[in-house]
Design a protein around this ligand. Structure first.
Ligand SMILES: [Zn+2]
Length: 195
């Protein structure tokens, strides 16, 4: 999705729920279990520490993080450096036992922690959850551009520091925001993105 206000003023985003659904499967059972456990244990906020305690309580072992060490991997999308359309926090860890690899969203309202929602990770490599700031774009002429850090455009032909940005390439034809697109830096045609 492209949101743009004017030429040179726009950004790229992907539907957060679709992005999550491509990587994990919602577990009603685990979500209910976690929320009930938090009530019983009197934990008000689902901080990463609390989520780790829950996993440990359920499996008997401490979970491990994204790269096979640490307790969990946390990310909050309340920054410009991502392509997700909603502000959420999420925690990813490998809980072992019956729980397996989990991703848990822990916010949805300006970074306030509430309503933890548990997803079973369906990706082979948990590091794919760290892929929240990339998208691949291609134009009608086959020029390929990648978005990194949510806003920087680069291709195999770009060199040096003078790199185009998503914002700079935003175009709004006839002031019609419905038709907004990100222009290919090579030829000006619209880039089509996948995240
Ligand atoms: Zn092009």
């Amino acid at each position: 999705m492209v949101t743009a206000w004017a030429d040179g003023d726009g950004w790229l985003s992907v539907d957060t729920q679709e992005w999550i659904d491509e990587r994990g499967e919602y577990s009603e059972h685990l979500t209910d279990d976690l929320r009930e456990w938090m009530d019983e244990q009197d934990h008000r906020y689902p901080t990463a520490e609390v989520l780790t305690l829950w996993a440990k309580d359920r499996t008997g072992t401490a979970p491990v993080g994204l790269y096979g060490d640490g307790t969990c991997w946390e990310h909050n999308t309340c920054t410009v450096n991502n392509v997700l359309s909603d502000e959420i926090g999420f925690v990813v860890f490998s809980a072992g036992g019956e729980l397996g690899d989990l991703m848990i969203t822990i916010s949805g309202d300006g970074g306030l922690f509430h309503s933890p929602t548990v997803y079973r990770s369906t990706v082979d490599d948990l590091a794919e959850w760290a892929d929240y700031d990339c998208a691949d774009g291609v134009c009608a002429n086959g020029h390929e551009w990648q978005v990194t850090f949510g806003w920087l455009l680069h291709s195999e032909t770009t060199t040096g520091f003078d790199r185009p940005s998503v914002t700079g390439q935003a175009r709004v034809p006839d002031d019609d925001r419905e038709r907004a697109y990100i222009a290919c830096p090579d030829c000006g045609h619209a880039l089509q993105f996948t995240a």
